[in-house]
Design a protein around this ligand. Structure first.
Ligand code: NAD
Ligand code: SER
Length: 326
């Protein structure tokens, strides 16, 4: 019987994984934790929720023991842009938070899912069709913590037998919870602004290619990997996964299929542009496809269509009206 705990459960990824796991396994089987409780209050009120800092191992261990948790989805972390503004906190949270979770998992015999990122690659990595096993010399603090995290998870698997698994997510695009300070946040914000104002000012250059994924695919990747037959897994931490690669100009062109007068301009943020320039244009995710049958379902067109449909119906100040014939 699955008993699951999620750290960082109210964030962009956590809120959607929480909803999926609660609908799949039952609300009382999925315990949510975060250091805040003032967002996604529906999730907080619906079932077990505990507010604490993930680096506080005693609090984490107490909840794991109380609910006999067997699987932890560890999602509490600082994203790339926030991390670059405060690298010391990023190191502390992203690595000491992970270490705390792995120690509790070792003692309480839990499996652990930890997301890595395209940020685990750097400027000396091959930029196109970036392989699973390749050079990883990132230049951002976020990337440093992600590479170290991948290695730490490998270490706990080999040394202690902790069932650690992870994916290298690309930029995640969703319409439930806003992203939390990443370099790829523009690719979410552009849909909100397109629906509200019909225009967007982008902080990356128009020809900056990055990998991206729509949230339903990202949630499925995490859950499928944790359900995969361990005998088939050669990589564990962490699998390249991707669904699409595009630049802001291309995303704008797809938005114009539905909002023809949509306009985009560019006010480049040098910090986030430098981070994006150091990341791959597009990943190769063959190992995930072979070892646990990974396959994305959304591309840029189907994601754009769904984002605009959902946001135009939900945002109270939406100017764009979705037409089912559109
Ligand atoms: P997010 O910023 O939206 O959510 C992180 C959550 O962690 C927040 O709810 C925050 O309150 C919580 N948190 C922060 N510090 C904490 C602490 N000290 N103790 C407890 N909780 C704390 O981030 P996300 O986008 O949901 O990312 C989740 C994971 O996925 C991270 O490891 C991130 O690196 C990875 N990832 C995300 C993306 C993306 O595009 N969103 C891409 C690649 C990898
Ligand atoms: N979307 C994430 C970020 O930009 C990638 O890990 O930080």
């Amino acid at each position: 019987m699955k008993k699951i705990l999620i750290t960082g459960a109210l964030g962009q990824l956590g809120s959607e994984i929480a909803a999926e796991l609660r609908s799949r396994f039952g609300v009382d089987k999925v315990v949510l934790t975060d250091r805040r409780d003032d967002v996604n209050t529906d999730l907080v009120e619906e079932g077990p929720f505990y507010r604490f800092d993930v680096r506080h191992g005693e609090e984490l261990a107490a909840v794991v023991r109380r609910y006999r948790i067997d699987t932890i989805y560890h999602l509490a972390a600082l994203l790339s842009a926030t991390a670059e503004n405060d690298p010391q906190t990023a190191w502390d949270l992203n690595l000491n938070g992970l270490m705390t979770v792995l120690e509790v998992a070792r003692e309480e015999r839990c499996a652990v899912f930890t997301p890595s990122s395209i940020g685990a690659f750097g400027p000396s990595t091959p930029r196109d069709w970036t392989p699973q096993d390749t050079i990883q010399r990132p230049t951002s603090m976020y990337g440093v913590t992600k590479v170290a995290g991948e290695l730490l998870c490998d270490y706990y698997y080999h040394k202690y037998g902790v069932d650690t698994r992870g994916v290298r997510y690309p930029g995640l695009i969703s319409n439930r919870t806003l992203p939390g300070g990443g370099t790829t946040d523009y690719a979410v914000d552009v849909y909100y602004q397109a629906v509200r104002r019909g225009r967007y000012s982008c902080f990356l250059k128009g020809d900056t290619y990055l990998d991206m994924m729509y949230m339903p695919d990202a949630v499925r990747a995490a859950v499928d990997l944790m359900e995969a037959d361990p005998a088939r897994l050669r990589h564990r931490n962490a699998f390249n996964v991707t669904a699409m690669s595009f630049c802001p100009e291309e995303q704008a062109a797809y938005i114009r299929r539905y909002i023809p007068d949509f306009e985009i301009d560019y006010h480049v943020d040098p910090v986030r542009q430098a981070i994006a320039n150091s990341w791959p244009n597009n990943l190769e995710d063959y190992a995930a496809r072979v070892e646990w049958d990974w396959e994305p379902r959304f591309d840029l067109d189907t994601m754009t269509r769904d984002m605009l449909r959902v946001l135009s119906r939900r945002l109270e100040d939406a100017r764009y009206v979705w037409s089912d014939e559109g």
